[in-house]
Ligand binder design. Structure first.
Ligand code: PLP
Length: 413
């Protein structure tokens, strides 16, 4: 018989929950059990306040103004870039490009660096990628004649590393890989993948959307070439994200969107481009988004990411055990190394119906294909329900989910 472990003594999740105003609201008259952090995390009061402070006291357009307010806005925006640099342990702020999110970061690479692709070149992705790390590469391959190759997965939801090593070839220009699968929760051994790709002379893009708020990230230690993430999965605002790129690679990439801020000089005969990273930031940026992201990073680091990670791992074990005890429930994705993301199906209940019943019990989970249709096809399911955790998730949330699943069994059983 397994022993249910105790919550971690040195992590006060109830204190953390008080930082998130939305968690004390009710839905359908029930306590909110928010278990959809993988789709978008909630924001702590300090992030909301940082944005309100910026909008109330500092806002003007950045980079172009000589007046004081514009300089203050520019300082806040550039301070946020420096905050991201420190967070990622990047060498220079020239490597930190602000984008709208992971999706735009990957599209930037696919459309800019992707212009160097030649017919017959290969891009290697995995079977468990989010559509954001599939479709931009398909589009780049269509444009260039390059070929998309896919690393298979097994029934546990783990990457077939032997197949990866076989697929890596002199034609592989780039390996674009998720660090954590949003549909299966699998933590991918990216250190091994990056090392092999570098030995092979291939570049590596890491999709960090599901990893960045749950484990420490050091781009120099990782030694990848691109790292993409979204602010809204890291307790920050939506419409904001980051592409970190190794400076030597970024410097050789052509601009992708044209407009203000990305230029140095413009005439009808010729335009010259701005220095890094501004060359990749056309138009007025999301200034308050950057300020909010910096506040979110401050917040996450104040909790200690290692403690958040340990807390989420403890919840993962607790939840997995509780779910396994439910008749007819199947967990999809049982990799040895998993993040706080659990996909499951319940016999005879379509995940969408399940999502609706859980909602009536105040439980917010995602039901669908999670923008990972190839994963659904692989497991032969149209969709799954997915519970995912953040720094504020507690056992009461999980217990409410389990109770609601029993209710679903009564309704459909
Ligand atoms: N990659 C992964 C692994 C994701 O989970 C997501 C979002 O769920 C994305 C990319 C896309 O992120 P966004 O919609 O913030 O651009």
């Amino acid at each position: 018989m397994s022993v249910i472990e105790q919550p971690l003594a040195d992590y006060d999740v109830e204190q953390v929950r008080r930082d998130f105003p939305i968690l004390s609201t009710t839905v359908r008259g029930k306590r909110l059990a928010f278990l959809d952090t993988a789709a978008s995390s909630q924001r702590p009061a300090c992030v909301i306040e940082a944005i309100v402070h910026y909008e109330t006291h500092l806002h003007a357009n950045v980079h172009r103004g000589v007046y004081e307010l514009s300089q203050k806005a520019t300082d806040a925006f550039e301070a946020a870039r420096e905050r991201v640099r420190v967070f990622l342990n990047a060498r220079s702020t020239r490597e930190v490009v602000f984008t709208r999110g992971t999706t735009e970061s990957i599209n930037l690479v696919a459309q800019s660096w992707g212009r160097s692709l030649q017919p017959g070149d290969e891009i290697l992705i995995s079977w468990m990628e989010h559509h954001a790390n599939i479709v931009p590469w398909q589009m780049a391959c269509e444009r260039s004649g390059a070929v998309l190759r896919v690393i298979p997965i097994d029934r546990r939801g783990e990457l077939d590393l032997a197949a990866f090593h076989r697929l890596l070839s002199p034609k592989t220009r780039l390996v674009a890989i998720t660090q954590v699968s949003n549909s299966l929760g699998t933590i991918v051994p990216i250190a091994e993948i990056i090392a092999a790709a570098r030995r092979n002379g291939s570049l590596v893009l890491v999709d960090g959307a599901q990893a960045v708020a749950h484990q420490r990230i050091d781009v120099q230690a990782l030694d990848c070439d691109f790292y993409a993430f979204s602010s809204h999965k890291l307790y920050g605002p939506t419409g904001m994200g980051v592409l970190w790129a190794r400076e030597s690679v970024l410097a050789g990439m052509p601009p992708w969107q044209g407009g203000g801020d990305m230029i140095r000089t413009v005439s009808f005969e010729k335009t010259t481009y701005n220095e890094l990273p501004y060359r990749f930031e056309a138009g007025t940026p999301n200034i308050s988004g950057a300020v909010g992201l910096a506040a979110a990073i401050d917040y996450l680091e104040s909790l200690d990411i290692d403690k958040v990670h340990a807390h989420e791992q403890s919840l993962l074990r607790y939840t997995t055990e509780a779910l396994r005890a439910i008749p007819g429930l199947q967990i999809i994705g049982e990799a040895a190394d998993k993040a706080g993301v659990i996909s499951f199906t319940l016999e005879q209940v379509h995940p969408h119906d399940l999502g609706t019943i859980l909602d009536s019990e105040g439980v917010a989970v995602r039901a669908g294909h999670h923008c990972a249709m190839p994963v659904m096809d692989f497991f032969g399911v149209p969709a799954t329900a997915r519970a995912s955790f953040g720094c504020y998730t507690n056992r009461e949330d999980v217990d409410q989910l389990i109770g609601a699943l029993h209710r679903a069994l009564e309704v459909f059983g």
